[in-house]
Write a protein that binds this ligand. Structure first.
Ligand code: GLC
Length: 753
């Protein structure tokens, strides 16, 4: 209990509210963005000091012992015991409940449950619980990579990065990522809460009471953000303003990636790449899992199986294929291994009671680098740089929950930040975040190119450093289904660049599952087929000719759409709005979209409705209201509403919004230097902005990019160009229905019919 308000004062955009036992600072960051925190609170994910502004001057009043802060359309009213109410245009949209018990009072005999092999809920002791009132028809989105459906209402989750190889089902409380941010959405308002607390916490999403969300924290100071906005997109944008946004991705990363645990010799990889050529399936990147290393020692290469690695990466590049290597955090205990010697000698590893902490992962006995220490990050980043010198094009960070073969690390394992010790229970959830930061910063410093980092574990804000995948899913239909809401919720939680293991990681894929998964993969931001050792191999030719030909079609569809995706990533880098969007993000006015789990918007212009059920050869499609839609392939017109659409095995149902113009690459352009572009015109007048840069470095941040503005009015197409240094396409084509014409002169009109 914080007690009564006894005083308050304001400095710049910060209001200091003095309670009997504590001081809370309310920082008005922007219209609708406010941080509430205890004094002396710092953040692992957010540069809080960066939000102190002279030019924001909230109106602060004391009325009946409550502090009222007004800024823009928002009012924050703070009462004794820090009971907070928030008004938008004078309508109450969020309020606190003084105390809410989120546990049931039911009699539970854990010993009986245990005897029959059930999981036993260990009652967490919460240091404090924050309970927020919601309306019974609000939808709850976000929370990162949690299992289940798009709307999280009625469920309960934990924030505790967890590596559990069992099939991820709806009742799982935690997966690999902790993104303590959720959105409350209703037709009349949207807002979010970001609880910047890295300790284990529990998010009860109106499970016990349909009008209360309550969040219990096992430790840590109070530090959270109210994030409002005029609409759902604004909330996502405002959240990413606080926690950061991705860079433009390197263009090749949007291509097709092939992986397996493990391609374990050079010859195997060469054969793999040759097969992709032979079967005419575009391939951009091969991922090397743990077996490329020497005894699982990170930053080493096995000389026998991958001899002359630098030449090998070069040889692959000549074939148009880049290599990504996995780097895990666990460093093998081995006194002949320089990485181990360096980090132990320099005290850059986790300790327990001041002794180096050792646990087991792939290399056997291993030590855990302390990624919160900048010295370790610099050293680690330099090692990542050496991988780049070997010709590697991306780094894949795994096992960084951190995982071990003996369950979670004990809570009192010590991690030094160089100045003081933090215990594992405080930094567990940010271990992956700081590993990704080390990797990103090391790579960027090394060659000043856009780093391609993939991480399994992360925290709010890791999107600044890394793309993510959803970890060890299974080759089961329910995981194909879950991938859509899971990647949508990651997008609503700031992660615009995300994907899942196409085909499923564990268990055995069937032909039909792989095909339908490739169709989904073709539209997820990261498109990587990955599977576990010992499972049925998942390269398309492991099945039959039909699989190869449909797989090829899906991958080629992806390549056709890459310029459109690249434009969407430009939007994501600037606004935080993801490419792969929950339909509600585009159609918040249409209540039929609020719980769509089997469709997704690709930007504002394309709706995809993948088939995610075995044996289905048609799909019940919902097309949102307010526009007509056109079949991506045939231009057939569809009115908004429900339709049964034929979806044979080789078809991913795609619909284009009226008036859309979609940029496409003609027949598999090289992503290093795409030479030609098609603008495909769908019926209806419209405009489109297309972005073009070199796809590699940060020059775009200095404005080195071209913008093409395409307009379509009544059959007249005109393209205007703002040229800023990047070399132009050789040829631009305009496609309308089956007609392709070359567009020869910028600024002129070309007629289509
Ligand atoms: C973990 C990863 C998986 C990888 C395996 C071996 O299970 O999630 O992707 O293949 O480790 O490195």
């Amino acid at each position: 209990m914080l007690g009564k308000i006894i005083d308050y004062y304001t400095i710049k955009n910060q209001v200091f509210i003095v309670f009997e036992t504590k001081k809370i600072i309310a920082t008005i960051i922007d219209d609708g963005i406010c941080n509430f925190k205890e004094e002396e609170t710092s953040s692992f994910a957010v540069d809080v000091n960066g939000f102190i502004f002279d030019y924001i001057n909230p109106v602060v009043e004391k009325i009946d012992n409550a502090i009222k802060i007004t800024h823009g359309r928002y009012k924050y009213v703070i009462n004794d015991n820090f009971i907070l109410s928030i008004y938008f245009d004078d309508v109450l949209i969020s309020s606190d409940i003084s105390y809410y018990n989120n546990k049931t009072n039911e009699f539970i005999d854990n010993s009986l449950l245990e005897a029959e092999g059930h999981a036993v809920n260990i009652e967490e002791e919460y240091k404090y619980i924050i309970s927020k009132k919601i309306n019974s028809n609000d939808c709850l989105y976000g929370l990162g990579d949690k299992t289940g459906f798009l709307n999280k209402r009625g469920y309960e989750y934990d924030m505790w990065n967890t590596d559990d190889p069992a099939p991820h089902v709806d009742s799982f409380k935690a997966l690999y990522k902790s993104i303590p941010f959720f959105i409350v959405f209703n037709k009349s308002y949207s807002y979010g809460y970001f609880f910047d607390n890295t300790y284990k916490s529990n998010f009860n999403m109106a499970k016990n009471n349909s009008e209360v969300v309550s969040i219990g924290f096992t430790d840590g100071p109070l530090n959270y953000y109210f994030i409002g906005g005029n609409n759902l997109k604004d909330v996502v944008s405002n959240y990413t303003y606080i926690t950061g946004r991705m860079d433009m991705p390197k263009r090749f990363t949007l291509g097709y990636h092939q992986s397996r645990w493990s391609y374990s010799t050079k010859d195997e990889v060469i054969k793999l790449v040759d097969n992709f050529k032979k079967y005419d399936i575009p391939l951009e990147c091969v991922h090397l899992d743990i077996d490329y290393m020497d005894g699982y020692r990170v930053f080493t290469v096995n000389d026998e199986r991958f001899s002359d690695f630098k030449n090998f990466t070069e040889e692959m590049k000549n074939k148009g294929v880049k290599l990504v290597t996995i780097i895990d955090p666990g460093v093998k205990v081995d006194s002949n291994y320089d990485v181990y010697n360096y980090i132990v000698k320099n005290k850059l590893v986790a300790t327990e009671n001041n002794e180096v902490y050792v646990n087991s992962v792939w290399p056997g006995e291993s030590v855990y680098p302390s990624f919160i220490d900048p010295k370790l990050r610099t050293y680690w980043g330099e090692l990542d740089g050496k991988m780049l010198d070997l010709g590697v094009s991306g780094i894949w960070n795994d096992m960084n929950e951190p995982a071990s073969f003996n369950g979670p690390l004990p809570s009192k394992v010590e991690f030094s930040d160089g100045n003081r010790i933090h215990y594992h229970d405080e930094v567990h959830n940010i271990y992956g975040h700081y590993m990704a930061k080390a990797t990103y910063e090391g790579m960027k410093k090394h060659n000043n190119e856009r780093p391609f980092v993939i991480t399994r574990a992360c925290y709010a804000g890791t999107q600044k450093y890394s793309t993510v995948w959803t970890g060890d899913n299974h080759s089961i239909w329910s995981h194909l289904q879950m991938a859509i809401p899971q990647i949508c919720n990651l997008g609503l939680s700031g992660f615009a660049f995300a994907g899942c293991d196409v085909g499923g990681f564990s268990s055995d894929a069937t032909k039909e599952l792989l095909i339908r998964w490739a169709e989904l993969g073709a539209i997820t931001p990261l498109f990587r087929n990955h599977s576990a050792m010992g499972t049925k191999r998942q390269e398309p030719w492991q099945f039959d000719d039909e699989t190869i030909s449909i797989y090829r079609k899906a991958v080629k569809l992806r390549y056709e759409l890459i310029p459109y995706y690249y434009d969407l990533f430009f939007e994501a880098a600037n606004t935080g709005i993801p490419a792969f969007r929950a339909v509600v993000l585009e159609y918040p006015e249409d209540s039929n979209t609020y719980e769509i789990n089997d469709e997704v918007m690709l930007g504002a212009n394309i709706l995809a409705s993948p088939v995610v059920e075995q044996g289905k050869r048609n799909k019940l499609v919902y097309l949102p209201s307010g526009t007509n839609w056109y079949d991506y392939y045939s231009y057939d017109k569809f009115e908004p509403g429900y339709h049964i659409y034929d979806a044979p095995l080789d078809k991913l149902p795609l619909f284009v919004k009226e008036g859309a113009i979609i940029p496409k690459y003609p027949n598999y352009e090289s992503l290093d230097d795409p030479k030609n572009i098609i603008f495909e015109i769908y019926p209806g007048d419209g405009t489109y902005i297309h972005y073009q840069d070199n796809g590699v470095d940060f020059n775009y941040e200095e404005g080195e990019y071209n913008i093409y503005e395409i307009s379509h009015i009544d059959g007249n197409i005109r393209i205007d160009l703002s040229y800023n240094g990047y070399k132009l396409y050789d040829k631009i084509y305009i496609k309308y229905k089956n007609n392709i014409q070359e567009y020869k002169e910028i600024g002129t009109i070309l007629k289509i019919e």
